[in-house]
Design a protein around this ligand. Structure first.
Ligand code: KIV
Length: 255
């Protein structure tokens, strides 16, 4: 399926079978997730934290994103390969389009950017060039320094109205889906009801969106030093690694 067809079939999932999305940053993980039938492989800039050991996503570079997008794309997945535009690479429509083209050249089939109304011109520039765009609203990790931390959004009627206006601006600009991160459940549900493209939630309540996205290390329990409160680990890969290494150490040192 072409990138455009994959994005179109994602858009058509509005109100239907829930969308499943997981982050992936490397070839083997991408293959395993794709073989399991995940709809979207997000090469998120969470890469900075859960793979590169940075404190947040604000130091992730375009080169780093391209390196990991290429690794995921080499898995040749059925899933849509969605790449994050890293911070400070989409400040103008022209810059956003140039960056999106770099991600596509590396193997991304769609790109994601953070922010609402202020990103409408950037979204228009990218979609006009035939590259599908996913929006990202709510808690915006690239703004963590200005925001002074990670805060739940959409709590007050004013915040909810602003988020809805941002979602509508992104839809008018042509996004095929919107990630809602750390939005209170009632507001996530409201936005999901009001907009014609799928919402994909993370930390935004159960059954409030048209699908869910999770950071793969949160799902697998492979990054034990920080686990967000909304994470629902289905495995404890950190302990599996520790046990395997302990056996290896014992075998080699006791020979
Ligand atoms: O970078 C990322 O992993 C993300 C998800 C949190 C949606 O943007």
């Amino acid at each position: 399926m072409t990138a455009t067809n994959k994005a179109e079939s994602l858009r058509r999932r509005k109100g239907g079978r829930p969308i499943t999305a997981l982050t992936a940053y490397d070839y083997p993980t991408a293959r395993l997730l794709d073989e399991a039938g995940v709809d979207v492989l997000l090469v998120g800039d969470s890469l900075g934290m859960v793979v590169l050991g940075m404190p947040d996503t604000t130091q992730v570079t375009l080169e780093q994103m391209l390196h990991h997008i290429a690794a995921v794309a080499r898995a040749n997945p059925q899933a849509l390969v969605l790449g994050d535009l890293p911070i400070a690479t989409y400040d103008t429509p022209a810059q956003a389009l140039a960056t999106a083209r770099c991600l596509v050249a590396a193997g991304a089939e769609a790109v994601k950017l953070e922010g609402g109304t202020r990103q409408a011109a950037q979204v228009r520039a990218i979609t006009a060039a035939g590259i599908p765009v996913v929006g990202h609203l709510g808690m915006l990790p690239q703004s963590v320094i200005q925001e002074g931390g990670y805060h739940k959004t959409g709590k007050t009627p004013d915040q909810a109205a602003q988020l809805l206006a941002d979602a509508e601006a992104l839809v008018a600009a042509g996004v095929c889906a919107i990630v809602l991160e750390s939005v209170v459940a009632a507001t996530a549900r409201l936005i999901t009801r009001q907009i014609p493209v799928p919402t994909i939630g993370i930390g935004s309540g159960e059954d409030t969106c048209d699908g869910e996205v999770a950071v793969v290390t949160d799902l697998l329990g492979s990054f034990p030093w920080f686990v967000p409160p909304f994470a629902r680990p289905e495995a404890n890969v950190a302990d599996v690694i520790r046990a395997a290494v302990a056996k290896y150490l014992a075998r080699v040192t006791n020979r």
